[in-house]
Design a protein around this ligand. Structure first.
Ligand code: M6R
Length: 660
């Protein structure tokens, strides 16, 4: 949801920024734009080149053909509209009235109305309907009329990292666009632009990932973060800044994550990080082990198909090194909770959203069955507002692919505030949730670029199962049962491959369901969340209305909808609820519904209730979602392709939902 890219170095910024925007496309956006500073020319008077366009990045690229952009510093943005429609005026970067300051912003400025009124009284004219534009004018205001700044603390010690030579001296002062005198590009309280940013941010209520440049400061980008992620890639003589690591993977694996409340003064050779009080902050760099190839399509038509097909491999990554077969248990490090505390737990709560929520629902079955601890699964967006019951005997799992979902971040904070133990089950390394919790497991799914989550789902389920086995082994589960489950987990990748090998067959079946306007997805027990996930996949990428239901609930109302025009996709694998589920399918068929059945290999009886059937290998009941979800992912994918949808970037959706 909105993407930020920035570059400062010695290469031409334009191709890096454009490629960076493309790398962030998967987050979802509806317009884009960039600003480039030409250091040579700006020394002689300030050249800030801005281009913005509505729609795809190709539209921006088309506009860029009209001029040359030699600058080696720039900021760029993909916007996902929140305040103000999808127009060029509302696209970022926004430039302050003085023409000197440009900003790109992710997040929401909650008090923008009151700030806007104040600025208007000072004669500022707004050119967009966005909340973000106030930041540009507010910073410009403090830049031209700086408040008195306390002396910097600890200057020259921690927090300044020099990669090669120190920051070169500032260029001579030139007044451009009628703004105040150029500030010296120094760190600490002497940095006029950084000080202006900090002063402005002290007045702001809301969230921001923010990059600021000034036409008169061609040697620095100021970055600030509160609630909206920013990562700084570090290389010799250059820095890359982005909302996540994807755009910098081609250039560097060394990154520094900004935390909330931090402001970075980024030049070609230096990085100075401080807070709004100008206290210096020392930050480590982190080595990212994702490679660029993993974030590319690798010959597939869509990221979604590639990611579906990757499931057997990344599933192995998820469980590797986490199995102690001899003890029949899972080995999960970094948990910050003792075995005694685990045995003493009275409640488990899983917080998440979307697909992660459905993975959480599978986790509930596993925790209750194996650990026999009551488990509640809640949407993060609801959890934080309902005064949840959490204490030190509650273990909260925050499940998230991106680790940046705003609702889940806030829910985590609420759970911590209440004293619960909190563990993360997260994909993106170094993401906000992972760092805030500091305990839990990465799911190792690798970069997931398609908006529709697939491989992250299976790996989330894998980690929840491992956690349930670990807790179960501390309580009632025998070594033999633990061992049996782990052996079944190890057999999953080969079984996933068997399902994926049927892709062409599933594609043919999908074609038969493309023209329907409505579909039901039914499941029972552990396959109820599978039905919900199948339904979500279909609706988000094909735009076909679908409902996920527990099979037994149909007769309590939804059955009224069933007709020959409203097919049912049902999971009827051989488990304890087989007969019950079969009855529910027959009830739908009796009312004219066409049925597509997911059944266990060799189960000819299931064909009796199927118009179409997809077979999946047999596995332990608790593990079934790991397999049964895959045909539904493929079904949704092929229906969406057949309908000509933008599969990887469905309308109205964003990969990472960083606003509430
Ligand atoms: O990054 P997260 O796992 O926290 O994201 C949660 C949901 O926004 C996400 O699963 C969303 O529902 C996907 N589009 C589902 O395919």
């Amino acid at each position: 949801m909105c993407g930020i890219v920035g570059y400062i170095g010695n290469k031409q910024a334009l191709p890096i920024l454009v490629q960076g925007l493309r790398d962030l496309e998967y987050r979802g956006y509806d317009s884009s734009g960039l600003v480039i500073l030409d250091p040579e020319q700006s020394r002689g008077g300030g050249i800030m080149q801005r281009v913005r366009a509505v729609g795809k990045i190709d539209n921006l690229v088309a506009k860029l053909k009209d001029a040359k952009y030699p600058g080696t510093l720039g900021i760029a943005h993909t916007r996902w509209a929140t305040h103000g429609g999808v127009t060029e005026e509302n696209a970022h970067p926004h430039i302050a009235q003085d023409g000197g300051i440009a900003i790109v912003h992710n997040g929401i400025i909650e008090n923008y109305r009151e700030l806007k009124e104040k600025l208007k009284k000072d004669g500022v004219k707004f050119t967009s309907d966005t909340d973000s534009e106030v930041l540009a004018h507010l910073i410009a205001h403090y830049y031209s009329t700086p408040p008195s700044i306390p002396p910097p603390q600890g200057e020259g010690k921690a927090g300044i990292r020099s990669h090669s030579s120190p920051l070169p001296g500032s260029p001579k002062s030139v007044t451009a666009f009628g703004v105040g005198l150029r500030g010296e590009d120094k760190g600490g309280g002497e940095n006029q632009l950084a000080n202006a940013v900090k002063s402005a941010l002290k007045e702001v209520r809301g969230t921001y990932g923010l990059l600021v440049v000034h036409a008169d400061h061609p040697d620095q980008i100021i970055a600030a973060r509160l609630g909206s992620p920013l990562v700084i890639g570090v290389a010799a003589g250059e820095h890359y800044i982005a909302s996540d690591v994807t755009p910098m993977l081609a250039y560097t694996k060394q990154v520094t994550f900004l935390d909330d409340g931090e402001v970075a003064e980024i030049s070609r050779d230096n990085l100075r990080i401080s807070n709004l009080k100008d206290e210096l902050i020392t930050k480590p760099t982190t080595q990212i082990d994702w490679d660029q190839a993993k974030a590319q399509k690798g010959g597939y038509e869509h990221f979604m198909l590639k990611e579906i097909m990757e499931q057997p491999t990344v599933f192995e990554d998820a469980i590797r090194g986490r199995i102690n077969m001899e003890e029949g248990t899972a080995v999960l490090g970094g948990l910050n909770i003792s075995e005694d505390q685990m045995r003493d737990l009275k409640r488990i709560v899983i917080i998440s959203g979307g697909t992660a929520y459905y993975a959480g629902l599978v986790g509930k079955y596993a925790f209750e069955r194996l650990a026999q601890i009551p488990c509640e699964v809640d949407f993060s967006s609801e959890f934080r507002y309902r005064d949840p019951i959490c204490d030190k005997k509650t273990l909260v799992y925050a499940v998230s692919q991106s680790g940046e979902t705003a609702d889940t971040i806030m829910a985590v904070r609420e759970a911590k505030r209440k004293g619960a133990h909190v563990r993360g089950i997260i994909n993106v390394v170094g993401s906000t949730i992972a760092r805030e919790i500091g305990a839990g497991s990465y799911i190792h799914a690798g970069p997931e670029m398609a908006v529709a989550s697939t491989k992250a789902y299976t790996n989330m389920v894998a980690l929840l199962l491992l956690n349930a086995i670990q807790l179960g082994r501390l309580k009632h589960v025998t070594q033999a049962t633990g061992k049996r489950m782990l052996e079944s987990l190890l057999a999953v990748p080969a079984k996933m491959n068997e399902i994926l090998a049927q892709a062409e067959e599933i594609k043919k079946i999908a074609k038969k369901y493309t023209h329907y306007k409505n579909l039901f997805f039914l499941g029972r027990g552990v396959n109820y969340p599978v039905a919900l996930e199948g339904s979500l996949k279909l609706k988000e990428i094909s735009y076909i209305h679908s409902e996920g239901y527990a099979g037994g609930e149909m007769k309590h109302g939804p059955l009224a909808l069933v007709s020959d025009d409203f097919p049912v996709v049902a999971i009827l694998t051989r488990n304890q609820l087989y007969e019950k589920m079969k009855s529910n399918i027959m009830e739908a068929r009796a009312r004219g519904a066409k049925t597509l059945i997911i059944a266990t290999e060799g189960d000819q009886e299931a064909s009796e209730v199927a118009d179409d059937i997809i077979f999946v290998p047999k596995t332990m009941e608790l593990l079934e979602p790991l397999l049964n979800t895959i045909p539904l992912q493929l079904l949704a994918y092929y229906i969406a392709v057949e309908l000509g949808r933008d599969v990887d970037r469905p309308r109205n959706l964003a990969k990472s939902v960083t606003v509430e």
